[in-house]
Ligand binder design. Structure first.
Ligand code: RIB
Length: 296
């Protein structure tokens, strides 16, 4: 299964805090440095599940840039479309994780927001040869639009995980087959509330009316809500002892894409992705927490 992933690559600085700090408070806590970024995370999770992954992104010319490229290569990911921004520090995320496993993330985008349409055009043949394209929103709208247009013209299916939905171009929704938001992203994209399953159904239909035929709303431990040509269904999640939810959405998106690309039907793919993401939540870190294909 050939997957083309466009998105961010970051260094993640994860701090395990006793509670989310209030203004003026200094906490002393354990710390972990790892590889992250929603795009790179999804590429790594998909590769660990056996997909042939090509990643398109941008890193800085500091010491972290080559370290990220090396890490992607170690995971078996094709990196010829990972470029380097001269004079910029690699994207960085500070992640605070509390004892319940919930997190707060702040990021410095760095080179991620310097990815251009030209960078993407170089990757046109890899996009056309993919079975699926998977995209997130930590890179600018223009190169993303370019990828989606190349994919659409070639009949390649596209999945957008609209995270984070900042400065979102609604034009993108017309180019994608499937949109994969969480509850807060669904609210941001539609302006509808998305607390109860009934509210999520209404909001998902409003999102579907903007373009994508299929919508999957990830609901954390509640599972996922599916809306497609067969109707809608709430697929329950798995209760696990959460250690760190960082990257769980990326783990879900990637495993769902791999399952769909290898022929599972949509609901089966959601169940499988639920189980893979649940494993990731039981482990610390982002990419460090992603399981291999033989774990389930
Ligand atoms: O989804 C988790 C990711 O968001 C982290 O790895 C961090 O780098 C941010 O991009």
């Amino acid at each position: 299964m050939r997957l083309f992933v466009i998105g961010s690559a970051n260094i993640d600085l994860t701090f395990r805090v006793p509670s989310m700090p209030r203004p003026g408070v200094t906490e002393v806590c354990p710390y972990q440095l790892g590889f992250g970024g929603k795009g790179a995370n999804q590429a790594v999770q998909a590769a660990r599940l056996g997909a042939q992954v090509t990643f398109c992104g941008k890193v800085g010319d500091d010491s972290f840039g080559p370290a990220i490229v090396q890490q992607l290569r170690r995971e078996g990911i094709a990196t010829e479309f990972v470029s380097t921004a001269i004079g910029l520090n690699t994207g960085t995320a500070v992640i605070l994780v509390d004892p319940t496993g919930q997190n707060s993330i702040v990021t410095h985008a760095g080179p991620n927001i310097h990815l251009t349409s030209d960078d993407v055009r170089h990757a046109a043949s890899a996009i056309r040869n993919a079975d699926l394209v998977l995209a997130t929103l930590e890179t600018p709208a223009e190169p993303l639009q370019e990828v989606l247009q190349i994919a659409k013209a070639a009949g390649v299916r596209t999945i957008l995980n609209p995270a984070p939905p900042v400065d979102f171009s609604h034009e993108l929704l017309k180019l994608i087959d499937l949109c994969l938001p969480n509850e807060s992203e669904l609210i941001a994209l539609t302006g509808h509330p998305a607390g109860s399953i009934d509210e999520i159904r209404v909001a998902a239909k409003a999102l579907q009316a903007k373009g994508p035929r299929r919508i999957i709303v990830t609901l954390g431990e509640r599972g996922a809500f599916v809306l497609d040509e067969l109707g809608d269904e709430w697929i329950k999640g798995m209760a696990v002892q959460a250690v760190d939810a960082s990257g769980a959405g990326d783990s879900f998106a990637a495993s769902f894409a791999v399952a769909l690309g290898t022929g599972k039907d949509l609901r089966e793919a959601v169940r499988w992705a639920n189980s893979i993401a649940a494993i990731s939540v039981t482990r610390a870190g982002t990419q460090e927490s992603f399981p291999l294909g033989n774990s389930n």
